[in-house]
Design a protein around this ligand. Structure first.
Ligand code: UD2
Ligand code: MN
Length: 572
């Protein structure tokens, strides 16, 4: 058993949304609807040993930086590289292999210079050097990797070296989290032998990204630590705006804007400051992106100014080393992947710091649709990490996460030291954090009901694995495990899960991003008749004859198929 299903969703949510909405009548409050509906993908089968394709991984000459950045070389200026449709079988195989191993188009990456040029994504506002303190602190840059593609990893490092003022970079610490791909062995040392700032640290066993980051931090000596994923490209001027914030206040933790490097074409898509998003999360403890809230916009004169963010995506940030240590770095009980971004976000805010996204700082990242590497077997890693997070930092609110996992916390190990850390630091409550930092988050406890919605006569429950826009909602035998059958009935008449609301516009009952304007998302429950009445259509929710679908029909309390029971319903 591998915890594959848990893996895909948070990663999907990591892809910043674009603001496009199909139906005009809807005014979305938050822009992350698209990111929610993307689906679970399957992990690559890594049981077969890694074989190098006919790629250039062995041929180092290919990777030598070009003498000059020829604008017409593939991928220069961040342009997309599009492969021909009529590939030879050999080439097609090489392309497919690259995808299998990396979950992005390695073949295309290999065609692009490891020192390619990028467009300058900054607003004019950012380029005034008087904005930044002149005496900025140095940073070490820690890049952890597990079986990363050669060209992508090397390009990450070059982008740091080429686009940072040298005096601001202490060391670049590459932490190998027990990779077994042959190109990541001696070849890596050889390649960087002539780069004194690049240090390679090898983990003795597979640790996962969290403990790999901690291992890297042990080698850090500069006043600031900057973490990057191993498939990033730093853009012009990315570093100074980050360090400036920390120089002004060492408790400020900062993230660049994460631009999207297309997984297929390696195109560098940057978003200008008006499109900047901030981080949030849902009660499944998954990270999500949101438009900058109005209250935050009001604090600024320019969209280029750093904005408060309730959470960080996780991979790309700078933090004062001493402050990081004071916060207890990461919980080293977190395995492989996930949850550490929320841990650091919560405690930054709750223990006296602030978390910002800095629109002048841009770093590209290849967002993948699935995880290419092996996770632990037999353990639900993400759930374990999330339970540790909830136990230590979320006070009473942890229960909302537990409801989502059917109250089954599993074995999450010992968290007493982390609790002690929180106490020693005298951190604020999670309620303080929600009220002051993330007031936009819907609190399940504010709902009139939460849990399953059961069709009384059939014992079928409203159930959908989908979380996003325009997905028809189905039914399934009630299982009492939360998950896809967990719903909240809000005081304002929404039936919702996270940002998605049950919505009826005349055809199917679907999930659509909650818009807060009632209409197609307005439901009332009548405890005595058990009817779920829909606002704009006047119809009632029912289950179809074959018991596999939700339908809407004229309300008639004598039809048992229209009778519903809402869990934890509180009519007061
Ligand atoms: C996002 C973050 C990632 C991390 C994760 C939650 C961004 C852009 N990315 O997922 O940094 O916070 O959420 O945990 O914010 N790695 C190891 N050992 C492992 C697994 C991964 O060293 O066992 C490395 C991997 O090579 C990469 C980094 O850790 O450099 C993050 O992994 P990812 O890219 O698979 O995570 P991502 O971007 O989906
Ligand atoms: Mn990543």
């Amino acid at each position: 058993l591998e915890d594959v299903a848990d893996r895909a969703a948070p990663q999907e949510a990591d892809v910043p949304p674009t603001a496009k909405h199909k139906r005009v009548k809807v005014i979305p409050r938050q822009q992350n609807v698209e990111s929610l509906h993307r689906n679970v993908a399957v992990r690559a089968d890594e049981k077969t040993p890694q074989k190098l394709s006919l790629s250039k991984e062995d041929d180092k000459s290919f990777l030598d930086p070009p003498a000059a950045n020829l604008e017409d070389s593939p991928g220069e200026l961040g342009k997309p590289v599009i492969l021909p449709k009529d590939m030879s079988p050999e080439m097609k195989k090489a392309v497919d292999d690259g995808w299998t191993k990396n979950a992005f188009n390695q073949y295309v990456s290999d065609l692009i210079s490891v020192r390619r040029s990028l467009p300058d994504p900054r607003d004019a506002w950012c380029k005034d050097s008087a904005l930044y303190l002149s005496n900025l602190p140095k940073t070490d840059v820690i890049i952890c990797f597990h079986n990363e593609a050669w060209s992508v990893l090397i390009r990450t490092v070059h982008s740091v070296l080429d686009r940072s003022p040298p005096e601001l970079i202490g060391e670049i610490i590459l932490v190998d989290d027990f990779s077994d791909m042959p190109h990541l062995k001696k070849q890596l040392e050889d390649y960087f032998a002539s780069y004194p700032k690049v240090k390679i640290v090898r983990g003795p066993q597979r640790e996962g990204l969290i403990r790999a980051r901690l291992l890297g931090a042990e080698y850090a000596k500069s006043p600031v630590i900057t973490y990057l994923d191993s498939h990033c490209e730093c853009a012009e001027g990315w570093l100074e705006p980050l360090l400036d914030r920390i120089a002004r206040n060492s408790t400020t933790v900062v993230c660049p804007v994460i631009d999207v490097i297309d997984d297929t074409t390696l195109e560098f898509h940057y978003r200008d400051s008006s499109g900047v998003n901030v981080g949030g999360f849902d009660w499944n403890l998954q990270f999500s992106w949101h438009a900058v809230p109005e209250r935050e916009k009001k604090r600024h004169n320019s969209t280029s100014e750093p904005v408060y963010s309730p959470t960080m995506a996780g991979g790309l940030f700078s933090i004062d080393r001493k402050f990081f240590e004071r916060l207890g770095t990461y919980d080293s009980g977190f395995d492989i992947w996930g949850g550490e971004n929320l841990e650091l976000s919560f405690k930054t805010w709750m223990c006296g710091g602030t978390l910002e996204i800095v629109p002048c700082s841009h770093v590209g990242h290849i967002f993948r649709k699935r995880s290419p590497y092996k996770w632990r077997t037999g353990v639900n890693v993400l759930k374990k990490n999330s339970v540790r997070l909830a136990e230590v930092w979320m006070d009473d609110y942890a229960k909302y996460y537990y409801q989502r996992i059917g109250m089954d916390k599993g074995d999450f190990g010992d968290v007493s030291e982390r609790k002690k850390l929180r106490e020693d630091l005298q951190c604020k409550s999670f309620k303080w954090y929600l009220d002051n930092v993330y007031p936009e988050l819907f609190i399940p406890g504010d709902a009139v009901a939460n849990g399953e919605i059961r069709n009384i006569n059939t014992n079928m429950c409203i159930d959908t694995p989908k979380t996003g826009e325009e997905d028809p909602v189905g039914v399934y035998e009630c299982h009492g495990q939360g998950g896809h059958q967990y719903w909240m009935f809000s005081k304002t008449g929404e039936i919702r899960r996270d940002q998605a609301c049950l919505d009826y516009a005349g055809k199917d009952v679907i999930l659509f991003g909650c818009h807060g304007s009632k209409g197609n998302q307005f439901w009332t429950y009548h405890e005595n008749t058990k009817l779920l009445h829909h606002g704009s259509s006047g119809k009632c929710l029912a289950i179809n004859e074959s018991k596999d679908k939700l339908i809407m029909e004229e309300c008639d309390a004598s039809h048992l198929r229209q009778h519903w029971m809402l869990e934890n319903y509180d009519s007061s």
